[in-house]
Design a protein around this ligand. Structure first.
Ligand SMILES: NC(=O)C1=CN([C@@H]2O[C@H](COP(=O)(O)OP(=O)(O)OC[C@H]3O[C@@H](n4cnc5c(N)ncnc54)[C@H](OP(=O)(O)O)[C@@H]3O)[C@@H](O)[C@H]2O)C=CC1
Ligand SMILES: O=C([O-])CC(=O)C(=O)O
Length: 273
């Protein structure tokens, strides 16, 4: 089938926060080969004005009803919702694009389900950088992947690791290293703050071999991620300084990464792996 005759895929979006709103706006404005079929939110009343402004207002449905009306679901929701969003789609051989990547580590049946039923779970580069180079390097041998994240205090506030360890980040006046460990440990301790570390780990050497430091820095206004990779094909380091979205934990570029991914799907020229 040529791309011109390819049927239009129906997309459902879960969540209208820092990421979901921008993705829905882009779909509403038009992305080749895709149509916005439905959305799901916690509190539909809160989003009535936003939805009314769209060119074509999509139906607001419970998560459980999305699979019946869509071919692709985009999860832009709190991490605990990941399995109930992804499972129905991949079980029917459909695609789930996920942002709460950390939650994949605690629901490893989902990838197996997708494999069995011919579905696909897609992790966009999101708030990070260079996952193309990491996946390329992983075709050879990667010796190490190290990440250092620095965030303003409000980009980390409320994380379970901080609460459980009674770390008082609100009163810090100097940069403070609050965590050092693996991407898997970070996914547990920082489920709403460090999805990027898990995405990096899944692209490269896995969640137990990818190491991470997290710093709270009261002087910062951006979420800064620095990654160092040493492989048998190349050594590279990369850094991104993310401007927070309306959600201080989430970089603005995250939604743009999802939109770019959606556009690539139907493009005549695809750049990057
Ligand atoms: N992979 C990556 O690079 C990145 C991933 N993330 C992750 O992406 C996810 C989304 O982030 P973000 O958009 O900033 O989050 P927000 O907190 O801004 O938005 C979350 C949305 O989820 C909706 N929601 C909550 N409960 C339900 C429910 N039961 N049913 C349907 N919808 C629900 C909320 O609805 P309502 O508005 O009605 O309350 C809200 O619109 C988070 O897990 C975040 O950690 C973030 C940044 C980078
Ligand atoms: O990884 C995340 O969940 C969010 C993040 O660090 C960012 O937006 O920079």
């Amino acid at each position: 089938m040529s791309r011109e005759t390819m049927s239009v895929a129906r997309v459902a979006v879960v969540g209208l926060g820092g990421i979901g709103q921008k993705v829905v706006e882009a779909l509403d404005q038009g992305i080749a080969g895709l149509t916005l079929a439905a959305i799901s939110v916690q509190n539909p009343d809160k989003h009535a004005a936003f939805l009314a402004e769209l060119g074509k207002t999509p139906p607001v449905l419970p998560i459980a009803d999305l699979e019946a009306v869509a071919d692709i679901v985009i999860e832009c929701a709190p991490a605990p919702l990941l399995p109930e969003i992804v499972r129905p789609f991949v079980t029917k051989g459909k695609t789930a694009i996920v942002l709460s990547v950390g939650a994949l580590l605690f629901n490893d049946d989902l990838v197996a389900l997708a494999k069995t039923h011919g579905g696909q779970i897609v992790v966009p580069t999101g708030a990070l950088i260079g996952l193309d180079a990491v996946t390329a390097a992983a075709e050879g041998k990667i010796h190490s992947v190290k990440m250092v994240t620095r965030k303003p205090v409000k980009g980390l506030a409320g994380a379970p690791y901080i609460v459980e360890n009674k770390i008082d980040i609100d009163s810090i006046t100097e940069p403070l290293k609050i965590f050092e460990g693996t991407a898997r440990e970070a996914a547990k301790g920082f489920p709403a703050n460090l999805n990027v570390a898990v995405a990096l780990s899944l692209a490269g050497v896995g969640p137990d071999a990818t190491t991470l430091q997290i710093w709270a820095d009261p002087a910062l206004t951006r979420n800064v991620h620095r990654v160092e990779v040493d492989a048998d094909s190349a050594r590279f380091s990369m850094q991104i300084e993310n401007i927070p979205s309306e959600n201080p934990k989430t970089g603005r570029i995250t939604a743009l990464s999802v939109i770019a991914l959606l556009r690539k799907r139907g493009a005549a020229l695809r750049v990057g792996t």
